[in-house]
Design a protein around this ligand. Structure first.
Ligand code: G6P
Length: 610
């Protein structure tokens, strides 16, 4: 996590770096800092605890002037959030560095460097790298060579940007396991953890490969790969509008992103479905070949993306008749597997940079899966580059830490993929046409749910003073309940647990009383009658129920039962539509509680460390 940004330019870089940090704040926000090489060829540094706004305020009184600089917004891993642990870190007063990632062997390097007389002022792993480069600099006299020599000794994951006051015309960057992109300007160049940070200054980007080290100057970029060969990396243009990192008229990014869902779901369908069928070729030129003979699907993901995978399992088994397993990446990567023949490995990730998901993919590629398919939202991300087949979600940049539009577009992409797989496995044309028709209705149905925003805001008042809550669902609505509970805990800090409704009586029912609101998602599917009995079980214990149901489900409001009527939806697409009211519910509870909706405490959007 953490976000890094750097610039070398004809103009002062402070403003560029501060704006870059604001845009990277979703990656971490417990402290921020900047180092600039001034006209007098000295390093000036500013560091503040708290959000980027605190740094910006401090820099108003003490601006840093210079044409070369690096900056950082932190999500603490080694050492508490404090000014001393904030980046940039320095070795002496000439070298400054920012780092995203984790250096695993930092303890042994620290001991070694200490033995050689280097003094440590922070508890971070990063400071070790600063001293290691400075040590090399003393003998090599070149920043580029010193960084190269230093990284040969590092174990772990990192993206680094380094400047030295003796070489005030360039910065040196490298990546190994953490994202880093170069923004290509005219007479100026930039680097950042994410393209979003640099959109105000460029729309042309170069993605470094793992192991690359680059020398960035105003008028040139030189890259060496891991083997030390000089390489060129392709320049791509950013496709989404430059304002996508802006809140616009909305109070929070999360709300904006919830409201964008009808449009981005549609965009994710575009070019991939006709009125009656899925266009398999749109999944990639090799899709047909790779999907043929798939006998099993193994899905891997983390967080919200994992919940999308859980929904997909219901679809894949029901429509394609192919067995499907789903596992969180952090578990999958650390255990032995029995890999069935012709298993497709499917990774789902909004960012495409989640460390555990990438590690699982890399293992899988060695382990003999049939092919690796990625469902991802960030073009050029590591996941996209390393997979055989990619379905891009078209959610556009998602800034709110709590994932919303990424999830519903992942579901859309997963359903399209399922239909392509199902066709290979004999799904009748009429059934495919029926589901494709249902997919076309989703954007409109999501808009209908958004129109209930006011009512949902009203409902949210009942949660404001509660400390715990339960979410129930059956079948493919169980993962929707899990996602609803995750949203509530992430942004309102209310403890929320989700259960398959049938499990209620095996434990959680013991917790139910008037202080424990129970949220239920109940579209009118063939499980609704069973679900109603579960609701009675709650009611009989004095629990207060909040039910999201369609008219046909025939759940009547009564004492202790609040019913929010949702549009009638096809049972297959219901998980997409039923997710939206739960997003709105969490959003409004968080707003009422006054929590930091877009940047909830302790969390980060892109988890590029283990
Ligand atoms: C973090 C984010 C979640 C996200 C998860 C997986 O925990 O806060 O919103 O679902 O990472 O991220 P990915 O980018 O792989 O989908």
């Amino acid at each position: 996590m953490c976000g890094i940004v750097g610039a070398v330019s004809e103009r002062d870089v402070q403003g560029i770096l501060l704006e870059g940090l604001r845009r990277l704040e979703y990656r971490g926000y417990d402290s921020a800092g900047m180092a600039v090489i001034g006209g007098d060829h000295s390093v000036q540094r500013a560091r503040e605890v708290g959000k980027v706004a605190s740094l910006a305020a401090a820099m108003k009184t003490n601006p840093l002037a210079g044409h070369l600089g690096i900056a950082h917004t932190r999500w603490a891993t080694h050492g508490e959030p404090s000014q001393i642990n904030a980046h940039p870190h320095m070795s002496g007063d000439r070298l400054a560095i920012v780092h995203n990632g984790i250096i695993e062997n930092y303890q042994e390097l620290r001991e070694e460097l200490r033995g050689e007389g280097f003094e440590f002022t922070s508890q971070t792993d990063t400071e070790v790298v600063a001293h290691l480069i400075e040590k090399n600099y003393r003998s090599l006299g070149s920043l580029y060579d010193s960084v190269r020599a230093a990284i040969a000794r590092l174990r772990g994951a990192y993206a680094l940007a380094v400047v030295h006051a003796d070489e005030p015309d360039h910065l040196v960057v490298c990546r190994e396991g953490s994202p880093l992109v170069i923004g290509v300007g005219i007479g100026e160049n930039f680097i950042a953890s994410d393209q979003l940070a640099l959109l105000p200054v460029t729309d042309r980007f170069m993605f470094l490969e793992e192991g690359d080290i680059a020398d960035i100057r105003k008028d040139g970029i030189a890259i060496l790969d891991r083997e030390g060969q000089s390489v060129e990396r392709e320049i791509t243009r950013f496709e989404h509008g430059a304002d996508s990192a802006d809140k616009g008229e909305y109070r929070h990014f999360m709300l904006k992103e919830i409201y964008e869902q009808p449009r981005v779901i549609k965009a994710t369908m575009e070019g991939r479905v006709t009125n009656t069928r899925v266009l398999e070729q749109a999944l990639g030129t090799d899709a047909e070949n790779l999907l043929e003979n798939v006998r099993h699907v193994q899905i891997i993901a983390c967080g919200t993306s994992y919940h999308a995978g859980m929904v997909a399992r219901y679809w894949i088994e029901e429509l394609a008749g192919v067995p499907c397993s789903v596992e969180v990446a952090s578990e999958f990567r650390y255990r032995k597997h029995v890999i069935q023949q012709d298993t497709l490995f499917l990774c789902i990730s909004q960012s495409g940079e989640t460390a555990d998901t990438l590690a699982a993919l890399r293992q899988a590629k060695k382990a003999g899966f049939r092919a690796a398919l990625a469902i991802c939202n960030v073009p050029g991300s590591s996941l996209v580059r390393e997979s055989d087949l990619v379905i891009m979600t078209q959610a556009g940049p998602e800034i709110g830490v709590a994932s919303t539009k990424a999830f519903t577009t992942q579901l859309t992409a997963l359903l399209i993929f399922t239909l392509a797989l199902a066709r290979q496995n004999g799904l009748p044309e009429e059934q495919e046409a029926e589901i494709v028709k249902a997919i076309h209705l989703v954007p409109g149905q999501v808009s209908d749910v958004l129109a209930l925003d006011g009512e949902i805001a009203e409902m949210s008042k009942a949660f404001m003073d509660k400390h715990h809550s339960l979410f129930l669902g059956r079948g493919s609505q169980f993962p929707v309940a899990l996602e609803g509970a995750l949203k509530l805990k992430e942004i309102s800090y209310i403890h929320a647990e989700a259960y398959p409704a049938g499990e209620l009586k095996h434990g959680p029912l013991a917790l139910v009383d008037s202080e424990m609101p129970v949220v239920t998602v109940a579209p009118n599917n063939d499980l609704v009658e069973k679900l109603k009995s579960n609701l009675e079980e709650v009611r009989a214990r004095g629990g207060e129920l909040f039910v999201f149901a369609d008219k046909m489900a025939n759940v009547k409001p009564d004492e202790g039962i609040h019913v929010m009527q949702l549009p009638s939806v096809h049972p297959i697409t219901a998980p997409i539509v039923y997710t939206v009211p739960l997003q709105l519910l969490s959003y409004h509870v968080a707003v009422l509680k006054g929590t930091d909706v877009d940047q909830p405490r302790n969390l980060a959007k892109s988890v590029t460390v283990e």
